[in-house]
Design a protein around this ligand. Structure first.
Ligand SMILES: Cc1cc2nc3c(=O)[nH]c(=O)nc-3n(C[C@H](O)[C@H](O)[C@H](O)COP(=O)(O)OP(=O)(O)OC[C@H]3O[C@@H](n4cnc5c(N)ncnc54)[C@H](O)[C@@H]3O)c2cc1C
Length: 431
């Protein structure tokens, strides 16, 4: 007999779980609260869908926190190379950009999502949109959904939850599953912003002049627990602080420092292509009648925004000696005071404690209930690491559920043979 699998959540993790389990011959019903699937995935494609990254696999794996096999093993099994081959099997060619990031040739998510949903339908996956999962019934034997037609009870032989984090909640993943699972005794680390902007107490004049200005050709670093985290990228000055790739990449250590100390220091190298010594020598040349701003512009090609930042940090007390000025151009300290809200973050940190899960991502306390994607307690910077882990853990959960159902089926068939009955006995609910 065919066992049924209910997958809740139609983002990249749930879709990959559905593809894997249905390819293994399992009957899959996929539920999502929204009218259409993959809304965050589509948003991710708006700025260029960064599917994965082409750096060596062990370097790639080192980007995840915590560095546990529970995330590393799925990614090893469904590596960036395999993800590219998978996208190509859907008719989506990919390329490696100059930063080693992997993108679809068209950069967008929509063509990939369309081809993917077509494949799922061809594999027999039944999609139920506008079905919001609201918990288990009192007997714990049914999944409860609210639908436009009213409440619905669903029984399944196994379940995969792929409910995402809590950023951009209007796209579907609002983190409300945290209460539903903690009520079941599952340990969940509260969701909070990751890959998000950080707040800086800018002076009014500074923000009036520079809000929205990109800070290009810079590097940033932060020291946390004896380790220096560095990134060369860009960011943007915003009303409340700083946003963009450079900040997202350092979000993990910055967040941890703020949680521990109430603030963190982001050190900016405003001239990463110039050595300290070269800057010092340039600054030691006579300034003549030039203002300091024009002197720095002339000798170091320092942009207005970089000059503005120097003034913002030092106000009227700008270091005067070439040595001290060079030092600060290479390591300008910016105090960040808080993370920006989760509703605009790229991703969420926190989620289901990894200790709760077996290696095929089944909840140890709830046999038959699997979880995958951003709702698990791992974190990574932008660069394709997020989607890679969502796809890879979705695949692991799909394979795990298929294997679990087949084992269950085999044991039931053994039972029914022993009872010489045409009808197998009712299945025990996984819940
Ligand atoms: C602006 C932006 C840009 C991004 N760009 C990139 C990028 O370029 N590269 C990258 O690697 N990552 C990127 N990400 C991150 C990436 O999109 C996410 O990490 C990924 O979508 C998470 O996948 P998921 O399947 O775990 O969850 P989601 O994609 O959030 O999907 C979860 C699904 O579950 C459904 N759901 C939630 N609760 C319920 C419920 N109670 N009942 C029924 N359904 C429910 C939701 O409707 C949703 O469809 C970006 C994110 C954002 C916001």
């Amino acid at each position: 007999m065919t066992q049924s699998l209910a997958i809740i959540g139609g983002g990249p993790a749930g879709l990959m779980a559905a593809e894997t389990a249905s390819a293994a011959g399992i009957r899959v019903d996929l539920f999502d609260a929204m009218p259409t699937l993959g809304r965050k995935f589509l948003l991710a494609g708006r700025g260029g869908l960064n599917l994965s990254h082409a750096e060596p696999l062990e370097t790639f794996l080192s980007r995840y926190r915590p560095t546990m096999d529970l995330i590393a093993d799925p990614v090893r099994a469904f590596s960036p190379t395999r993800i590219r081959a998978w996208a190509e099997s859907l008719g989506i060619n990919t390329f490696v950009g100059s930063s080693q990031r992997v993108f679809p040739e068209e950069m967008k998510a929509a063509p990939l999502l369309r081809a993917w949903l077509r494949r799922l339908r061809e594999q027999g996956v039944r999609i139920h949109a506008r079905h919001r999962w609201i918990g288990f019934d009192q007997s714990h034997h049914h999944l409860l959904f609210s639908t436009p037609e009213g409440p619905l009870k669903v029984t399944a032989d196994a379940i995969i939850l792929a409910l995402g984090g809590a950023s951009w909640p209007h796209l579907g993943s609002d983190g409300s599953w945290q209460t539903l699972l903690t009520e079941q005794g599952i340990s969940v680390h509260p969701l909070r912003s990751s890959n998000c902007g950080f707040k800086v107490n800018w002076d009014r004049h500074f923000i009036d002049r520079f809000e929205g200005t990109p800070l290009k050709s810079i590097a940033g670093s932060t020291l946390w627990q004896g380790e220096v985290f560095q990134q060369r990228s860009e960011c943007v000055i915003s009303q409340e602080g700083l946003e963009g790739g450079l900040i997202y990449a350092l979000a993990g250590p910055l967040r941890e420092a703020i949680e521990a100390k109430g603030h963190a220091v982001l050190t900016l190298d405003l001239l990463p292509d110039w050595s300290h010594e070269k800057i010092r020598i340039k600054l030691a040349t006579p300034q003549g009648k030039l203002s300091q701003k024009n002197f720095l512009r002339r000798t170091l090609r320092l942009s207005d925004i970089k000059w503005g930042l120097l003034r913002e940090v030092f106000k009227e007390e700008l270091p005067r000696t070439p040595e001290a000025l060079a030092q600060n151009l290479k390591a300008l300290p910016i105090v960040v005071t808080a993370m920006m809200g989760i509703e605009r973050a790229i991703s969420s940190a926190g989620g289901i404690h990894l200790q709760e899960l077996s290696k095929d991502l089944m909840l140890k306390r709830k046999p038959g209930l699997f979880c995958c994607g951003e709702m698990l307690d791992w974190d990574a910077p932008t660069g394709g690491y997020l989607l890679t882990a969502c796809l890879a853990t979705g695949r692991t959960a799909g394979l795990g559920a298929a294997h679990w159902l087949k084992t269950l089926n085999a044991s039931l068939e053994g039972t029914s043979l022993r009872h010489s009955s045409d009808q197998p006995p009712p299945l025990e609910s996984p819940l």
